[in-house]
Design a protein around this ligand. Structure first.
Ligand SMILES: [Cu+2]
Length: 205
């Protein structure tokens, strides 16, 4: 079995720093060898319908015309959300959300510019609490090759708790904040990035 896409991109990045033989962006590389040792029969069939998903509606959002923007950025030894690092009990006004509302949020990973080579990183963004739905994914044409390297594997429909935001992208989503007040984290799920501070709290009240 061959891998590619984002792994290939990481290979290219590593090669760029070390100067050794790097994988080209999207290049193939071996990840798994499967040895078939016996024959088996499979009579399983998928149900006609798995589940019904009720689409969230933009017009139901409390801020339909004014998405809460969360800008993703990397600096030397830090990874930031709206230029902030994680800190306990450090809720800023744009991180306060009224309970029982549907919110329009956008993750901006350099879509509006300002990102340079080494800072171009994919961020799998995770929001605690209820699951959300993706409204749209926009790609800055300068970063089209990053999108193309993973687009075949992206599933933007249905309920999500994490969304991959590639360099040069802006992903807009609808997320309900129903029933429970308190602190709800949002963070990059890349372990190195969250350890570098790429994590914040929403205060639902
Ligand atoms: Cu990240």
């Amino acid at each position: 079995m061959r891998g590619g896409g984002m792994g290939g991109m990481m290979g290219a990045r590593r090669g760029g720093m070390m100067g050794d033989g790097a994988l080209p962006l999207g290049g193939d590389y071996p990840v798994l060898k499967i040895r078939v040792v016996s024959r088996a029969r499979d009579n399983d069939s998928l149900p006609d319908r798995l589940t019904t998903i009720k689409p969230l509606r933009l017009e139901d959002a409390a801020n339909a015309g004014n998405a809460r923007r969360i800008t993703l950025s990397m600096r030397h030894m830090s990874a930031l959300l709206n230029a902030r690092s994680y800190k306990m009990n450090d809720i800023k006004p744009d991180e306060v959300i009224p309970v029982d509302t549907l919110q329009l949020l956008e993750f901006d990973n350099g879509f509006h510019g300002g990102m340079h080579g080494m800072m171009a990183m994919p961020h799998p963004m995770h929001l605690h609490g209820e699951q959300f739905q993706i409204v749209k994914r926009e790609v800055n044409s300068r970063f089209q090759n990053h999108f193309d390297s993973v687009s075949a594997g992206l599933v933007d429909s249905g309920w999500k708790d994490t969304v991959l935001v590639m360099p040069g992208e802006k992903v807009t989503l609808l997320k309900p904040f129903n029933d429970f007040k308190g602190l709800f984290m949002y963070h990059c799920h890349n372990l190195e990035h969250e350890d570098l501070g790429m994590m914040r709290d929403f205060l639902i009240r």
